[in-house]
Design a protein around this ligand. Structure first.
Ligand code: MN
Length: 501
């Protein structure tokens, strides 16, 4: 079973009737062979479903409408084995509402120099058939990802897999429901945004609930369910002595488990894939949810603190994209700096809510006072993120559009223990270096909350932004501040024009 094997992409081969049945039979056979190879590739996490070669406007439109309507179909791969006059594709491409990957490949890799004749030339003509298709897609302003190379090249297969993952994230966002418990943290700007516009552009529903509804679910949590969660805490983590059975704060552990049961029940009952809360509005909850949020994130839920629904949507979409990959994805905040010459670093954390999917260590389960919020001490998991490459991704609302800001970073292990820091954390070095990365991030208006992933790469988000038609500002090894300034100015003009009246 593939990591996202309940989802599929359709493999569509274009041709025309001009060449006669023998060529079309071969085209169908070749399409089967290529699609089977892609289906068998572990780098492609979804099913690859081959469709019969299309040869006329009616069958193309029918196929694009069917792909748009099919719940399991997350995208379409199109390849022009022969020449397929592209006016045949106009109605279909206008109807197609799923992501498109234009695969510019060829069945054979080598030319058979001694045997090549005009029959061979007429069968294997994607070199110009795909140019005809690309022209019409461009003229229609049809958003797509174009992948060039032989279909057996592992780099091509990998590239298709990245696109398929992005398509799964986009597919998820279109159906996603998010529950907000309380509103935003008072006076905070960047966590605000236009929820109606988000539903129009992204598809996600952001729905608000009073804390009373959540408190009721927590109070209704069955004791047997709470018992099971406490036992799970005991077997999965290293419990602080005070939290162990008979310890002076074991009741707080049980209360944390009760919050987890209530929260999970609420989210499952409403078919929510993401949620937010805020420490400023906890109703009658005894503690700020800490371990509950961490474990729900580890199970795939998107989360944003302080009412940050945009980051919560992004965390959920990125978790779906990353399904089955090593590493993890978490809500994160750029918290404090190691601002030294040489190798300056960012220490990322939050009050409590960092997802344990970004560590392979066994977290410790601890209880400490929280300086803000005025509630009972909250239980939390404490750990340090694994070293390796990662991306920090923020989603902001510029008023007239959304923007994604991304920074490629290297996660490093802290040079010393942090015995008095009672929260989960990640330490990283932004690319190209902190001075450039932070200046670019600030100029782009990037938020302090991010979706932080050690599983995904910049390319996943590039494809995702293309599908969502969201501006992406990517900061990485080759970034200069001068270039970013120009990009921001040009994008401002472009997006104003592209939006139309
Ligand atoms: Mn925060």
């Amino acid at each position: 079973m593939k990591a996202l094997g309940d989802r599929e992409v359709w493999f569509v081969t274009g041709s025309q009737d001009l060449y006669g049945p023998d060529v079309l039979r071969l085209a169908n056979e070749h399409a089967q062979v290529i699609a089977s190879a892609l289906e068998a590739a572990t780098a492609i996490p979804v099913r690859v479903v081959v469709k019969p070669v299309v040869t006329n406007p009616g069958s193309i439109l029918e196929l694009c409408q069917a792909a748009t309507a099919a719940p399991a179909c997350v995208g379409v791969i199109a390849w022009m084995h022969t020449f397929s006059p592209a006016r045949m594709w106009i109605a279909g491409l206008i109807a197609l509402q799923k992501p498109l990957l234009h695969l510019h490949t060829q069945f054979n890799s080598d030319l058979p120099w001694a045997e090549i004749d005009m029959d061979f030339m007429n069968l294997n003509q994607s070199a110009h058939g795909d140019r005809e298709f690309g022209y019409v897609a461009t003229r229609l302003r049809h958003s797509r990802t174009t992948v060039v190379g032989h279909w057996q090249d592992p780099a091509v297969v990998e590239r298709i897999g990245i696109w398929a993952r992005a398509a799964c994230g986009w597919h998820e966002l279109r159906r996603l429901k998010l529950a907000r418990f309380g509103d935003n943290m008072r006076q905070v700007a960047v966590t605000e945004g236009d929820k109606v516009e988000a539903q129009i552009r992204l598809g996600a529903q952001v729905n608000g609930y009073g804390l009373g509804a959540l408190v009721e679910a927590v109070r209704a949590a069955p004791e047997t369910a709470v018992d099971r969660v406490v036992a799970d805490y005991e077997s999965s983590y290293t419990l602080a002595p005070a939290l162990r059975a008979g310890g002076e704060q074991c009741a707080a552990l049980r209360e944390a488990a009760r919050i987890e049961v209530g929260l999970r029940t609420f989210l499952e009952a409403g078919d929510f894939g993401a949620f937010t809360d805020t420490f400023e509005d906890l109703g009658d909850l005894a503690q700020l949810p800490g371990i509950a949020v961490q474990r729900l994130m580890a199970d795939g839920y998107g989360f944003g603190a302080e009412g940050d629904w945009k980051t919560a949507l992004l965390v959920r979409a990125m978790k779906v994209m990353a399904t089955g990959l090593p590493g993890g994805t978490s809500f994160m905040e750029d918290y404090t700096y190691h601002l030294v010459p040489g190798r300056p670093q960012v220490l990322g954390a939050h009050m409590l809510e960092v997802c344990p999917s970004i560590t392979t260590d066994t977290p410790t389960c601890e209880i400490h006072p929280l300086a803000i919020g005025g509630r009972a001490d909250p239980v939390r998991l404490v750990f340090t993120a694994d070293a390796g490459p990662a991306i920090a991704v923020g989603l902001l609302d510029l008023g007239e559009r959304f923007r994604i800001v991304l920074n490629e970073v290297d996660v490093v292990r802290p040079p010393a223990d942090l015995p008095r820091l009672p929260v989960a954390r990640a330490l990283w070095e932004p690319l190209p270096r902190l001075r450039v990365a932070a200046e670019a991030w600030l100029l782009a208006g990037g938020p302090h909350h991010t979706s932080f992933s050690t599983a995904l790469r910049r390319e996943h988000l590039e494809d995702f932004a293309e599908m969502a038609a969201i501006e992406l500002i990517a900061i990485g090894d080759a970034t200069t501040v001068a270039d970013i300034k120009k990009e921001l100015r040009w994008n401002q003009a472009y997006h104003q024009l592209a939006r139309g009246l």
